[in-house]
Each structure stands twice: as C-alpha cells, then as structure tokens.
Design a protein around this ligand. Sequence first.
Ligand SMILES: Cc1cc2nc3c(=O)[nH]c(=O)nc-3n(C[C@H](O)[C@H](O)[C@H](O)COP(=O)(O)OP(=O)(O)OC[C@H]3O[C@@H](n4cnc5c(N)ncnc54)[C@H](O)[C@@H]3O)c2cc1C
Length: 471
Amino acid sequence: VDSTHLQKLIDIVGRENVLTEPSDTASFTTDWRGRFKGCCAAVVRPGSAKEVSEILRYASTHRIPVVPQGGNTGLVGGGIPDATGTAIVIALTRMNRVRKVDVLNDTMIVEAGCVLVNIQAAAREIDRIFPLSLGSEGSCQIGGNIATNAGGLEVVRYGPMRDHVLGLEVVLPNGDILEDILELRKNNTGYDLKQLFIGAEGTLGIITAASVRLYPRPHVTATAFCALASADDALSVLSMVKQRCGSRLSTFEILSKLQVDLVCTHADVQSPLTGSTPWFLLIELTDPDKDAPVEELLLNVLSDAMESGMVADAAIAQSDSQKESFWAIRHRVSEANVATGRVLSHDTSVPVSSCAEFVRQVESALKDQPSMQLSFVGHLGDGNIHAVAIFDRDRVSAKEFEVRASEVSSIVYDITRKLNGSISAEHGVGVSLRDKLPGHKNPVELELMRKIKRLMDPENIMNPAKLVTLN
Ligand SMILES: Cc1cc2nc3c(=O)[nH]c(=O)nc-3n(C[C@H](O)[C@H](O)[C@H](O)COP(=O)(O)OP(=O)(O)OC[C@H]3O[C@@H](n4cnc5c(N)ncnc54)[C@H](O)[C@@H]3O)c2cc1C
C-alpha cells in the first residue's frame, strides 16, 4: 500500500488505528499455533460500520485486498493475510458494543467485535443464555463466529451459530451497507440474504453487527461420564437419551479410551471410571426449571441403558467440582495431544447414524500406520467426531510429518465422502481445505459459489483465495 493509500486509511479511522510497524502487526499476521504466517501492508481498526464502508469503497476502487479478522482463533488460516504483503487486515476489535437487549423478544444486537464470553455474560445478566460455547470463547469474536458458522459443545441442543442469527449488518465489498438486522423470527420476504454471509469466512463482506437469539438460562444440570464397549452402543445410548430427555439434552460428547488415557497422563486429570472399555461418553442434561428432576432422569435412563447392556459403567457428578472434573477431561484434550506428539486432527462430519461405521473404517484403514496413535473425540450428537492422528515426535520428523499427514488425511476424507459426510463440520475451509474442496463438493454447488463470489465481489478484494479460488 503506497503512502496515499495509507493516508486515506488514516483519514478514515485515525492514525492510532492504522498499524504498520511489523512489531505491531505481527500478532495479526500469524495464528496462535504459528501454522499460518503472512504479511500485510497495514492493520486497520475501524470503529463503526460507516468507517468499514469507507475503507471497503476505497479498497474496491484501488483493488486492495482486504482480510477481515476477529479474535484470530480460527483453525484453518482464513483470517491470516497471504505472504505478498499487499493486503490490509481489518480488525473488528473496536466494534465491541452490545447495542440493544430485548428481554421480551429474547434477542440482543451486538457488534461484530464483541468477544464471545462478553456476550454470554451480558445474556446471563438478564437470566438468559447465548448458547455458543467454544474452547476459544475468551478470545473469539461474534463476527468470526458468524463468518465461520461456529459449532462447539451444545450444538446438539441449540444448533450451530447459524441457528442463533436473526439478522446481520454487513458491509459489502463496494462499500454498501446491507442492513438486514431485524429481530424477527418470521420474515418471508424473499431470499434470506444474511445466510450467504454465515460461514462465508469473510469472502463476501464484513459483518459489522448481528441480532442474535437468546434462550432461557438453565438452572439445573446433570452430568454423567459413561464407559461403553462400542461406538454402536454409543449411538444406541444417544438415541435413547434423545427420546427420553428431549430438549434437556445439551451435550453428548464421545472420547476413545486412548484419548481419555492421554488426558489423564498429560493433563493432571483423573477419570471417574476405571476399567478397560474402549469408549467414553460425557452427557449433560439441563433445564431452566430449578425443580426439574434432571439428575433422576439421567440416572433412570443410564440404569436402563446398563441393564440392556449398552453402557458398561457410569458416574453421575454429585457436586460442581465433580462436574468440572468430568468436563476437564474433555476440555484438556488438545493440550494432552500436543504434549504427546505431532498432532493431525480432522473436523469431519457424517450422518449421526453413520458415526460407528466412520470410526470402524478409519480405524481399519489406519491401523498399520507406524509410529502413530489414533484417538477419537468429538460431538457424537452432531455426527462430528474428530479423528486425531498423533505421530511420535522422536520417530517422525517435522518434514516426514507433513507427508504422512497428507496421506492420512486423504484416507480420512475419502471415508468421509463415501459416507456422505463433510470434510469441514465446524472449523471452515480457509486455506487449509480450500484445494480439497473441489474433490468433495458437488461441481454445480462449487460453481454457484464462484458465481456468487464474482457477482458480489467483482474486484476479488474480500479475503481473496480463501474458501474458494476463482479459476
Ligand atoms: C482452543 C480452541 C477451541 C476451538 N473450539 C472450536 C469449537 O469447538 N467449534 C468451532 O466451531 N470452532 C472452534 N475453534 C475455532 C475458532 O475459535 C472459531 O472458528 C471461531 O468462530 C473463530 O472466531 P474468531 O473471532 O477468532 O475469527 P478469526 O479467526 O479472526 O477469523 C475466522 C474467519 O472469519 C473471518 N472473519 C472474522 N471476523 C469477521 C467479520 N466480522 N466479518 C467477516 N468475516 C470475518 C476471517 O476472515 C476468517 O476467515 C476453536 C479454536 C480454538 C483456538
């Protein structure tokens, strides 16, 4: 970006909000794991949709690439500029106001730069919840959550981010502001344009605000940790819990034995169950009614599951600290895996009914991989089980890891495709999976995505070469 461009950006947002020194821009040009590294001409921090609009109008006229960035917790490189140094990063951090809370309507209007935990806290203040819950919630921003259609731990009950969005304010690449930010649950007046931006990973426009749904705040919780003999049994338990507990089911997570063992070894956590069954479940029920007998319900369902042989052993948390210790096993998975070796995680989904088959096929296809362990962890209730390959750091060099990782991923993705699944359940495509998309997405669908991109962003300035390439 030449000095005229820089001066224009300074005129729009103020000198203190245009960063150009490498020491100031470094944290915006690499991700927290150091997997994606880029370079940028400047980081610009607008304070309003109007400023975003002026920036994009200028960038469009001068064909300056623009990379929107939220909390920079994304896992697929979508928020990191490329290495050319030509792009400007638009950081939404300053746009962090809750504009409106409507208790009777169970809605909130929030600016894109609001950090997820702050939105959760604002909802709790009025005895509601905003149910998106991610390991990154202390840093990720709602704009990033919407742009990635984030998932997380309670999708089985509340759905992914898309289900919580009622309206969006978006600045289009030409600078126009799309104000589709009504707080309506019903609005049948044509194409639902806001949906285009949810999961678009910043390739069609910059989200500056959203109206989101709130839900009743749960006042009772029952949490169980169960041991099982097979993934098929886990599916039977899921079906039973869904039938008998209905919308009280808020979490249904699965972990393989290796995964639980690794957490217990590396993360100073203890499993509540001993024994050698190959699978574990973390199940949680919640209810807004403080007198709802959720614990009794969970106990009854699990007793029946044990009687019919689906569950080998189970523990129900008897205190908050016990509940936290069950959850610690799930929350500390990434830390334990990184401590074990070189980690290759997959974020695939298949129909829930095909999850056991997915696990069987992946186990069988990867069983002879040398110096590699395979664990499974994830959201069984959503059909989203992460197959995690962990390579022995002493035997597999960083270079060899790259080659092996690519082979292993191809195997996992082939199985996913054959089971009518998706290669990205919740993390998005970014640059990590961009080149794999053509092999896994219907060509008609992919071409329509390209046509939409060309139509809305004719100069190809919005996060270019992320998600889809145009040729
Ligand atoms: C420890 C940890 C746990 C995680 N757990 C989960 C999980 O359980 N489920 C899950 O789905 N993800 C998870 N993630 C991934 C990540 O947190 C989510 O993808 C999150 O939604 C990204 O939000 P962000 O604000 O950090 O976005 P960023 O990383 O800054 O950006 C992500 C993408 O969104 C675009 N973008 C950001 N803001 C805007 C905007 N305002 N307008 C338009 N485009 C924008 C960027 O260009 C980029 O393409 C986890 C990450 C970490 C580090």
